[in-house]
Structure formats: C-alpha cells, structure tokens
Design a protein around this ligand. Sequence first.
Ligand SMILES: C[C@@H](O)[C@H](NC(=O)OP(=O)(O)OC[C@H]1O[C@@H](n2cnc3c(N)ncnc32)[C@H](O)[C@@H]1O)C(=O)O
Ligand SMILES: Nc1ncnc2c1ncn2[C@@H]1O[C@H](COP(=O)(O)OP(=O)(O)OP(=O)(O)O)[C@@H](O)[C@H]1O
Ligand SMILES: [Fe+2]
Length: 542
Amino acid sequence: MRVLGVEGTAWCASAAVFDAETDAVFIESDPYEPDSGGIHPREAAEHMGDAIPRVIETALGHAREEYDDRGDDEPPVDAVAFSRGPGLGPCLRVVATAARALAQTLGVPLVGVNHMVAHLEIGRHRAGFDSPVCLNASGANAHLLGFHDGRYRVLGETMDTGVGNALDKFTRHVGWSHPGGPKIEAHAADGEFVELPYVVKGMDFSFSGIMSAAKDAYDDGVPVEDVCFALQEHVFAMLTEVAERALSLTGTDELVLGGGVGQNARLREMLASMCEERGARFHAPEPRFLRDNAGMIAVLGAKMAAAGDTVAVADSAIDPDFRPDQVPVTWRSGESVARVPGASDDAADLRGAEATVEVRGDTVAKRRLPKAYRHPELDATLRRERTVAEARLLAAARRAGVPTPLVRDVDVPEATLTMQFVGARDLAAGSTVDHARTVGEHLARLHVAGIVHGDPTTRNARVGRDGAPEDGRLFLIDFGLGFQSDHVEDYAMDLHVFEQSVEGTATDPAPLVAAVEEGYRAVGDDAVLDRLRGVEGRGRYR
Ligand SMILES: C[C@@H](O)[C@H](NC(=O)OP(=O)(O)OC[C@H]1O[C@@H](n2cnc3c(N)ncnc32)[C@H](O)[C@@H]1O)C(=O)O
Ligand SMILES: Nc1ncnc2c1ncn2[C@@H]1O[C@H](COP(=O)(O)OP(=O)(O)OP(=O)(O)O)[C@@H](O)[C@H]1O
Ligand SMILES: [Fe+2]
C-alpha cells in the first residue's frame, strides 16, 4: 500500500508519500514564516493555498518516478490522507479541499486523520513499540496520551496554552521572530539557572505563571540567556515529571515523544534520562517526523486505510477542535495499552513516580530521590518543598476529618518522610462506586478546610485488600503537590485531576465520575462543581 498524505493545520504546508512495503517516507514541506508576530490565520491560509498544490505535485511526481510498478493509467497511490484537525480553520479548509479533489481525480479513497494522533502514531511506528504512553509537545498542544479500550485517552494536558506557543510568546516579547523555540534553545546554551514558577497538578500543568514570570525577569534586566536556560529547565522538567507520572500510573514502560518542541535536545535528554532511571524505553522520532509534516499523516493514513477506515467526501468535514480521544482507533487490535497495574498492591514494589517507599512493618519511609534529569537547584527545591508540604498537609487533612497516614518523622535534608502504613491496595486496580463517592466526600472535606491535595489520583487513594475500606476508612496519601488555598479554581482542579485519572484507567468511568461528584456535592460547595465544568472546557486543543 502506498499513501499520499497532506498536512497544513497551521504553518507547515506539506505532502508526503509513504510506501508500506519498504517503510520509505518521502516528505516535501514549505513552511509559512510570518514577517513579524506569531502565526496569522489568514496569512497562513493564503500560504496553504499557494504552497499545497506545489508540495502535492512534488510528492506525486516522486511517487510516479520512484515506483514503476504501475501503468500510466493507474493511480500512483492507493489513498489520499489529510489532516482533518485540530488546527486553524482557514488552513484546514484549504488542505481538505485539495485532498478531496486529489482523491477524486485519482479515484482512490480519502482518509481523514487526526493530527495529534498522527504525532503519536509516527513515534509508535518508528519505535516499533506496542503500547507506549505518548508525550505530545507541539506548538498548539501539550498532552499525554495512553491507549485504553479502543481509544487514546488524555491522561494529562496543559490547562492553558500549548508548550510551543508559550515559548513563542516569550520570544515575541523579546522581539525575536517566529518560531521562538529554536532561538530559546540556542540562547540557553550560554545561560545560568534562575528560579521560575513550576506548576504541575497531577498529570496536568500550566504555563501562564511561568511565562509571565519569564517576561518580568527579562524586563527587570535578567540576561536573556539566563531566562531562556531557566525556561527550558522548568518547562521541560514539568513535561518530564508528568510523563513519568503517566508511566507510573498506567504501568507502561514505553514512552514516545511527538510534536515540534520535541526537536529540542534538552527536552529529549531529560526524557531519555527519566526513562533510563526507571528502566523504560524511550523513542523520539527524527526531527522531520517531530515538527508538523505530512509523513506522519501518510503513515497513519495507511494504517487507517488498511483497516477500511476511509471517509466519503460528503462526510469529510474538517474539525478545528478535533480531540484525540474522539478518534475510534480502528487500526489497532484490542490489545491492552495503558495497562492498569494490578500489582499495585504488592508490598514489595512501592515505587511511585517521585519517591521510593520502603515498608518496615507498619511503617513506611518515603524518600524523594534526586532526579538526574532536573537541574540540581530545581531538584533540591522541589524535593525540600514537597517533603515539608506533605508532612504538614497530611496532619492538616487528618484534622479536617480525612483519613491519612500518621506522620512519625520528617527528615528534610534527606527528603524523607516516615509514616504509618495504611490500606492494602489503591484504587488504580479497581474502584467501586462507593469508593468513588468517598473520594468525592474526602476531597470536599479537604477543600472546606482550605486544603488542596494537588495530585488526587486513583493511585493515591488506599483501601483494604479485599477492596473494603480498611477499618471502614479510605485513606488519601501523597500530599506532596498540595497547598493551602481558598480558590474555587484550585478545588475544581483537584476534582478534575481525580476524574481524569479515573477516565484514563477505568473501563466504564461514567458511573464512577458521577459518584465522585455526588459525594462531593453532599459535603462541599456546588460552586466547585460548576467551576469544574469550566475547567474541563478549557485549554483543550486550541
Ligand atoms: C495543530 C497543529 O497545527 C500544531 N502544530 C504545531 O504546533 O507545529 P509543531 O511543528 O508540532 O510545533 C511547532 C512549535 O515547536 C517549537 N519548536 C521548534 N523547534 C524547537 C526547539 N528546538 N526547541 C523548542 N521548541 C521548538 C516552535 O517554537 C513552535 O512553537 C500542533 O500540533 O499542536
Ligand atoms: N502511608 C502509606 N501506606 C501504604 N502505602 C503507601 C504509603 N505511602 C506510600 N505508599 C505506597 O507507595 C507508593 C508511592 O507513594 P506516593 O504515592 O506517596 O509516592 P509518589 O512517588 O509521590 O507517587 P506518585 O507521584 O506516583 O503518585 C504508593 O502508590 C503506595 O503504594
Ligand atoms: Fe503538530
């Protein structure tokens, strides 16, 4: 099978030919480079109108020349695949129109590809991995995907802008031309560490605080090299941390990287280091497959076409907000993906994403190990602050009526907390509606007391071995990302993080999510649930 792919969601007008027999990918791209400022949708669409016919012609010419197995009256490819979304509407329309016309002229089927899933699948394809977690670090997006029950689930994502757009906003502020990412990388080579905000909430994260702090630092005269260096160290450490948390939560030991920011050597170095430390395999495709390109569209298009997943021209409307979790994954068998760790009740294997936990009788010693991927200063700050916060909040939560382990000792220099062993298993391996309701009640109790958990996942809720609450109690652990707050937004994020962890791992999450909210409503403030609806609609693939 041979497929022609067309891409043009934002800046890159591109066409490619993928030959499934030889695995060869030919890519012809023509980037839009704005004279000043960021990507302008109308200008970008004009660029597409101009460049798409040209790149398609080059790719088709390549197919005709390279492969002489077909007669002159036969089409040189078996299908035409195009990026259906997400992306800028005016650009998507140009690409879709060209792809439809081409498929009709050649008399071959049309395949509508989700651009974000293509960023993931190209890594899986090139790595030969079975079922990896994927970190998409692109311009307009930043998220973690894992496959579960026939769909890619969003395990974590940005709550505001995409990672590349965040970097580009800083470089615009400094007066550098688009795209900014490569310029940040170049200037960071001469920079030194300065402290910036670091914002991770479970497996979600946000960039707005760090970006405004970076702009302020620059305006205050901090050398731009230092700001660039610090931006990379903070932003990429955040992405690496959430990627590690996703590997830990899903029990997966394969990670692939996708998206244009993935071309950054420091990001790849951090991810490789993290994976090596935990014995996971890591793959970053070569740069031509990381930045926007039609090669990834052609490769996924071929998989979809082989599965019969083609689309009639009449049904091939574009979707600027096309989410990866909307895509029925027709080209993969029902093989397990993001494997839910059934072994999480094994007392010998208590390694979280952040810490190692040693069990001695009824006591556990939780030690936050240094992470080699993080800058030493950032590493020391995070380990210290989280250890102190966890000790303080475990006690405060208990006073608020939420069962937590008793803290027996805190060793700040060693970032070690000694506490009571609680529960026999966590909820990652299975949660009942009653468990879910209780978690909702517990979170509401915390919030009424002004405490935000910060990382309430199914892994961080513990019950008895048979699933019955131990001593009638369901314990919350792991308050290291917690803090005091009286903001409804922070409370809503807590609920969002828990619900997302249920949705990422449960086969039938809906009743569990409903129970969480029912429990929350019984104890807490309805305004938080209202805000939760807002949080869910935000930062999603714009
Ligand atoms: C929807 C689609 O149009 C969009 N595509 C996109 O954003 O282009 P992509 O090629 O994946 O990523 C471009 C981003 O990647 C950044 N970038 C490129 N090289 C970089 C580098 N060496 N370091 C950091 N960022 C880099 C650029 O600054 C820019 O923000 C997306 O995938 O979100
Ligand atoms: N007090 C405790 N009682 C029983 N088991 C515990 C306790 N504290 C931690 N554990 C076990 O150790 C694992 C890791 O602990 P914890 O979640 O606190 O660390 P972490 O590295 O911050 O985890 P993550 O970031 O992956 O959520 C838990 O999933 C749990 O199995
Ligand atoms: Fe992209």
